[in-house]
Design a binder for this molecule. Structure first.
Ligand SMILES: [Zn+2]
Length: 308
């Protein structure tokens, strides 16, 4: 009689691969989450598949950063190398890649920037050109789906066209269709080593107060050819999730982000909440509110817990 059932197929595991590491590095603010070396990432992907998960979301940390984010679209970039290795060992595992520039930019912003006196601008079209190159290089290296997380205008259409023209019609796009400027991204910036060196991301991420604006942003991504619509963060935006799923009827994903994870972990460590019960309640709520896919750092635990 239970209306909402969770299973391993609901979850996607984010994985971080670092070009700088020989051995895994724990992320202090996110207990149980690591950056992995290129060698280790293949085993982690394999472990994910063995646990019953169908998909991973891959983030790269390059050895070098620059003002053109050239590591993001290098043929031998860290994500490209990791993808080739993962798809060789686990061809059936769905490999989704984060497509953004912030991890690869020396200044940590998601796009090409220009500074005018005290102000800085993110240049939309120049950024889109680099995002297209990045997405295409991921597809060539074996990505099944690309996940642009930048929120620039027009990038979904540009990526879709480039993929199609180059023979990657089957490569899907999971668009961060509504990504809010959020206090809950803090730990991720440790994990991805991508804090902005100046300014903040409010010029290109959305205001948490705006729901109708979120629906307009999502509508644009739908029109441009997004296959899966992602909302980020998850729990504080559960109303947006519901409205997007109701309005567009497309596969809808949420990213349960680092700060949301860290809060429950911290409370559980203090004995304030029961971790497993809290996580199962959160995930059930997200699915009940319309999520077809939940990206979460608990994905592997959830695969285990939902089997029991
Ligand atoms: Zn970014």
């Amino acid at each position: 009689m239970r209306e909402t059932q969770l299973s391993a197929h609901d979850f996607v595991l984010p994985l971080f691969v670092s070009e700088k590491l020989e051995k895994r590095r724990a992320i202090a603010s996110m207990p149980g989450v690591f950056q992995f070396s290129l060698k280790e990432i293949v085993d982690e992907a394999h472990r994910a598949q063995d646990s019953g998960l169908q998909a991973i979301l891959l983030f790269g940390i390059p050895a070098e950063k620059d003002e053109q984010a050239s590591g993001a679209y290098a043929e031998n970039g860290i994500v490209q190398k990791a993808l080739r290795a993962i798809k060789t060992k686990c061809p059936d595992l769905v490999a989704i890649t984060d497509v953004c520039l912030c991890e690869y930019m020396s200044h940590g912003h998601c796009g090409v920037t220009r500074i005018d006196g005290d102000h800085f601008h993110v240049l939309n079209d120049e950024t889109v050109d680099l995002l297209v190159k990045t997405a295409l290089s991921h597809a060539k290296a074996g990505a099944d789906m690309v996940a642009p997380s930048d929120m620039m205008d027009g990038r979904i259409r540009a990526i879709r066209e480039a993929l199609d023209v180059n023979g990657f019609q089957e490569t899907g796009i999971m668009s961060h269709a509504a990504k809010f400027a959020s206090a809950f991204y803090g730990p991720f910036r440790d994990a991805a080593e991508s804090p902005p060196q100046f300014g903040d991301r409010r010029s290109y991420q959305m205001d948490c107060a705006n729901a109708d604006e979120a629906l307009r942003e999502v509508a644009l991504d739908v029109a441009e050819g997004a296959d899966i619509l992602m909302i980020k963060p998850a729990l504080p935006y559960i109303d947006i999730l519901w409205r997007v799923r109701e309005r567009f009827g497309k596969p809808t994903a949420v990213y349960h982000v680092s700060g949301e994870y860290a809060m429950v972990k911290a409370a559980a460590e203090k004995g304030i909440v029961d971790e497993r019960a809290a996580v199962l309640e959160i995930m059930t709520s997200l699915k009940r509110a319309g999520a077809n896919i939940i990206v979460t750092y608990w994905a592997r635990d959830l695969a285990e817990w939902t089997r029991q």
